[in-house]
Design a protein around this ligand. Sequence first.
Ligand SMILES: [Zn+2]
Length: 121
Amino acid sequence: MSSLNCKGRLDFLSSKQRVELNKHFSQPFAKAMPHQLAILLGLNYPEALAILTILEVEGLCNNKLLIYHKCEPDVPAGAIPFGKGFPNLPWVCPLCEKIVEENSELSFDIMAQSVAPIEFV
Ligand SMILES: [Zn+2]
């Protein structure tokens, strides 16, 4: 069990939200996306993103940038480690096999996966 001290960094979290986070991250390899976490905890998107960013910085999560192509807006077509920037263009979409030349055809989201159970203290 790894612990993350929220004091000074995630002070906006209530004790109830920390309980929810502990529940969610009590499993190893728990996954979280910012919008899901925001709904689960009643946070706004930037706050949820802040949690996942701190977990990545602390080495408690590996975050990925999910790549979506407009052919299947709800299905990730690819993923690259977060912080490596955006996919190099042209990029071949594995779903529709089209060659993507413009970033405007793509959209992105973040998927965090914990490396060990995390306790928010
Ligand atoms: Zn596609």
